[in-house]
Design a protein around this ligand. Structure first.
Ligand SMILES: [Zn+2]
Length: 284
């Protein structure tokens, strides 16, 4: 007992000393780490380093969706689109463009889609018109990565993505969407098996550019509520709140499957809250 009683304080002192030593080392390590970080920004004299080249966001020549900054359209100036689009129409202030070979019926279908969505909705339309929104109709054999605006996505998304994509409105740095001519004309050889997915794609633009902030967040809440309720299991709408809104838009105006299923009546029954929101946004 006495031996233990003698060694206990010594042991305690040793432990305390070791603790201080370890703490000191850790502190030193942290200081070193901090200095490594700072050394990149500050030269030895402690003065902030002058920026070598000021980086200003600039639009690259020719618009693409990968520029990472919002493209503000110049009011009153004609919309700029790549020169390959020899065919151009204007419907309610939204452009429809495509290469020379595109069937006029595809333009008609796109025009009708725009009318269906926006005839009664000048408030939704206005921000899109102001920002020079346009629809690209891809030729039957033209994949999305062959369109100048979207080719830049190839590195990010890979070839596999483009062999499956029906239409695209993603990365909406500026409001542009692309759909395939075959899908617009109901040709089942289209990448979306003849389904007019322009409703879905324009739904993305509405969500990004036209919704009020409360409605924008309401979509996110409804999306989470739907997932919590076990809805949309393994369905595309479950991907994220954006696809949820876009596919809801597709169901609201047409149907979300090439077979004709998931139409407005389905939506009203399956997801009544989303239906109510869409009815308020788009009108009944
Ligand atoms: Zn989508």
């Amino acid at each position: 007992m006495r031996i233990v009683a003698f060694f206990l304080p010594v042991f305690a002192l040793l432990m305390a000393g070791a603790g201080v030593f370890i703490a000191w080392e850790v502190k030193d390590l942290r200081l070193d780490d901090v200095e490594v970080v700072l050394a990149r920004d500050y030269p030895a004299n402690g003065q902030p380093a002058a920026a070598e080249t000021p980086v200003q966001p600039q639009l690259r020549p020719g618009q693409t969706v990968c520029q990472g900054i919002l493209h503000q359209a110049d009011r009153g100036k004609p919309r700029e689109v790549p020169a390959i689009y020899k065919q151009q129409r204007e419907v309610l202030g939204i452009g429809i463009v495509g290469v020379e070979s595109i069937d006029a019926r595809a333009f008609d279908a796109a025009a009708e889609t725009i009318h269906t969505m926006f005839d009664n909705n000048p408030a939704l339309l206005q921000p899109l018109v102001e920002q020079g929104a346009y629809v690209v109709i891809a030729d039957t054999g033209q994949e999305v990565d062959q369109l100048p605006e979207f080719a830049c996505l190839k590195d990010e998304l890979g070839d596999d993505f483009f062999t499956h994509v029906c239409g695209i409105a993603d990365h909406a740095d500026y409001p542009v969407v692309a759909v395939n001519e075959a899908d617009l004309t109901g040709d089942r050889r289209g990448p979306c098996h003849g389904l007019n997915v322009l409703y879905h794609e324009l739904g993305h633009l509405v969500q990004t550019w036209s919704l009020s902030p409360p409605d924008y967040f309401e979509v996110k809440y409804l999306y989470q509520d739907a997932l919590d309720a076990g809805k949309y299991y393994r369905q595309y709408a479950a991907t994220n709140a954006n696809e949820y809104f876009a596919d809801g838009t597709q169901s609201y105006f047409l149907h979300a499957e090439p077979t004709g299923s998931k139409d407005r009546a389905w939506l009203k029954h399956y997801d009544p809250k989303l239906y109510e929101l869409l009815a308020r946004i788009y009108g009944e």
